[in-house]
Design a binder for this molecule. Structure first.
Ligand code: ADP
Length: 628
């Protein structure tokens, strides 16, 4: 046996083996694409078989045997073109033209070969170069656009197609002109082609595993980083991106189960969630039936949402339920305009990703439980802290109130007609009021801390707040000086809360100024922000404590011995209120001594609308699928 014969024999065996492999796959998972792959290798395998049978029966040279062989051979480029049409948009006209041309070449093969052999050979070369070449080109383009294992398989198919065309063309050129002797080159090219086709269409498991690994690893790495992203919606969006990328697909969606309401929620890009019944869409079907679903034509499979799929360019959809043990956590879907011709890889990969997402969701759920426990513990600790502070700080005024009340009581007992002790009653009332203030502060601080005190900012003129506070103080006999601009100072504020802040700052200014000098209140616009300042000439705040005085229960070192009428909650409340407005509060030294407390709030443009209208979230096509 010559080397040429040996290679030719190897080719025959390999092509038949390849045919058997793809036929077996098509039987297990029949689809248009798998049948076209069978057609491609079936045609080549059939040539081999026809040749063997013809040899046996000694009819190898008969015109109709030759005709059948040529017909089968020319079927290969046609099958390639059909494959191209399976995964990329191909004009129908082109396909029809190819069928007509194929029929013409086939008829020519039966009737004309004897009389015009050379012409036939030229036609075959043209047919392979034209139709086969176009298909190879399309495979090449698809390879550059794909990612992951699909890219590698597609590249192998592209190489296979090129080599196969090269082989056939060399064999025919060899028949057409001699020398050169191209027969051996043709067989070697055919051998390389069959190996490439094997890698592309029927790669062994170990090669697939190696090819898939980089994408899988990348997805795992990214998803592990996402596990601790606080915002669940953002995590889902990122996971979707990572999944779509791993597939090189148009998009991905992840629906998270809300079992008690039988819903699936999908993250949207505009910062919200959309909810759908848990059996809606193909994803919903995969979720409720707890099985993997693959559809070539989403519109046909789920006509109710056909328009949504079309808008999202989601013609081919694969969905897999996400579960952990037997808990149904959600569903993940990948969609693309056309199904990959290697969809079996996608299905496999999707299951792996679904498992990984399941692990992620489970660990988040666990972390949330832990978080809730910590939050409960923190709340309990806070309560205790407030209680002990309250017990301590309320005791002083309470002792005074009680002592004074008992004193008055005893007096009245001794002498019911004695003159009213006005000073004693006034003291009683003052301390009781103070007691009331402390209790209010404690409750307010606790509610702000726990986020249950509603702050409701609406557009308002800050000058009005200053005027109202000034008038209140005036009623108490305190004539403070205020300075406000002539123009309105529009900001979004909860006016009673900002007034509370101002009152607090003014009260402090008086409390921490020894000679009863009243502070000034100034409102101005600085660098596009409203600035409200309370300027006093009192004790001042030590530099290193300027930040700390805004902490809960913190009192500066220079005041502790001077006054015992505070518990260090006033500024904490102020900071919380200002924070809730998105503003800032700080203290500066007043030139010449004292402190200046400044509250800075952003302005609203004068032409801004009153409030943002409540638009219900619109569901765009992609969003309905939880667009990535
Ligand atoms: P309280 O006045 O009840 O102690 P605050 O939270 O209102 O609590 O104030 C915290 C601390 O900040 C005060 O104890 C004091 O040390 C300091 N402080 C607040 N306002 C002034 C001021 N105008 N001048 C000097 N120190 C001040």
């Amino acid at each position: 046996m010559t080397a040429l014969e040996l290679i030719a024999l190897a080719n025959q065996v390999l092509f038949i083996g390849l045919f058997a492999a793809v036929a077996w796959r098509a039987l297990r998972d029949p689809s248009g694409t798998s049948l076209d792959i069978v057609l491609l290798f079936g045609s080549v395998a059939a040539i081999v078989i026809v040749g063997l049978v013809a040899d046996r029966l000694d009819i190898a040279g008969e015109p109709w045997t030759v005709g059948i062989s040529l017909l089968l051979l020319n079927l290969a480029p046609l099958a390639m073109l059909r494959l191209v049409a399976d995964f990329s948009p191909t004009p129908r006209g082109m396909l029809v033209a190819a069928y007509v041309a194929f029929a013409a070449v086939a008829v020519f093969g039966f009737v004309g070969i004897a009389s015009a052999e050379r012409l036939y050979e030229i036609v075959t070369i043209a047919w392979f170069l034209g139709v086969g070449g176009y298909a190879a080109y399309a495979f090449g383009i698809a390879a550059t656009q794909a990612r992951g294992i699909t890219r590698r398989r597609m590249t192998a198919v592209f190489m296979g197609a090129l080599l196969f065309i090269g082989a056939i063309v060399s064999i025919f050129i060899d028949a057409l002109v001699e020398p050169p002797d191209l027969a051996i080159a043709g067989q070697i090219l055919a051998l390389a082609a069959v190996v490439s086709f094997f890698l592309g269409f029927a790669p062994p498991a170990w090669i697939r595993r190696a090819w898939r690994e980089p994408e899988l690893r990348r997805f795992l790495q990214r998803s592990m980083q996402l596990a601790w992203v606080a915002d669940e919606r953002r995590m889902v969006l990122e996971l979707q991106n990572a999944a779509a990328e791993a597939f090189g697909a148009g998009g991905a969606s992840i629906g998270i189960a809300v079992p008690e309401r039988r819903l699936l929620r999908y993250a949207t890009r505009d910062g919200s969630w959309v909810e759908h019944p848990d059996d809606a869409f193909i994803a919903g079907r995969a979720f409720t039936e707890q099985r993997r679903i693959f559809v070539h034509d989403a519109g046909a499979a789920d006509p109710e949402h056909a328009e949504v799929y079309q808008r999202s360019e989601a013609e081919s959809v694969i969905s897999s339920p996400i579960t952990a043990d037997d808990r149904r956590l959600g569903v993940i879907s990948i969609y693309a305009q056309r199904a990959s011709i290697f969809v079996e890889d996608d299905l496999w990969l999707l299951e792996l990703l679904a498992d990984q997402v399941g692990v992620l969701l489970e660990s988040r759920a666990l972390a949330e439980v832990e978080h809730a426990v910590t939050a409960r513990e923190e709340a309990a600790r806070l309560k205790e802290e407030f209680l002990s502070a309250a017990a301590h700080d309320l005791r002083t005024p309470l002792t005074v109130v009680l002592g004074q009340a008992e004193l008055l009581e005893r007096r009245v007992e001794r002498d019911p007609n004695a003159a009213v002790d006005a000073a004693g009653i006034a003291r009683l009332a003052r301390e009781a009021r103070r007691l009331g203030e402390l209790v209010t502060q404690l409750l307010d601080a606790q509610r702000l801390e726990q986020g249950v005190a509603a702050i409701d900012p609406v557009p308002a003129d800050l000058r009005d707040v200053v005027t109202d506070v000034r008038d209140d103080l005036h009623e108490r006999g305190l004539d403070i000086r205020t300075r406000v601009p002539d123009e309105p100072v529009a900001s979004r504020i909860d006016a009673p809360r900002i007034a509370q802040v101002l009152h607090n700052l003014v009260d402090n200014a008086m409390k921490y100024t020894s000679d009863n000098v009243l502070p000034d209140v100034e409102l101005e616009v600085v660098d596009g922000d409203a600035r409200l300042a309370v300027v006093d000439h009192g004790l001042g705040v030590p530099d290193e404590e300027r930040d700390r005085i805004f902490e809960r229960f913190y009192r500066a070192s220079n005041v502790q011995s001077i006054t015992d009428t505070g518990i260090g909650l006033g500024l904490y409340i102020c900071r919380r209120v200002v924070d809730a407005h998105g503003g800032r509060i700080w203290v500066e030294a007043t030139p010449g001594g004292g402190s200046t407390f400044v509250v800075s709030l952003s302005l609203v443009p004068s032409d801004a609308p009153e409030a943002e209208p409540d638009v219900p979230p619109t569901v765009s096509g992609a969003e309905a699928l939880g667009d990535a």
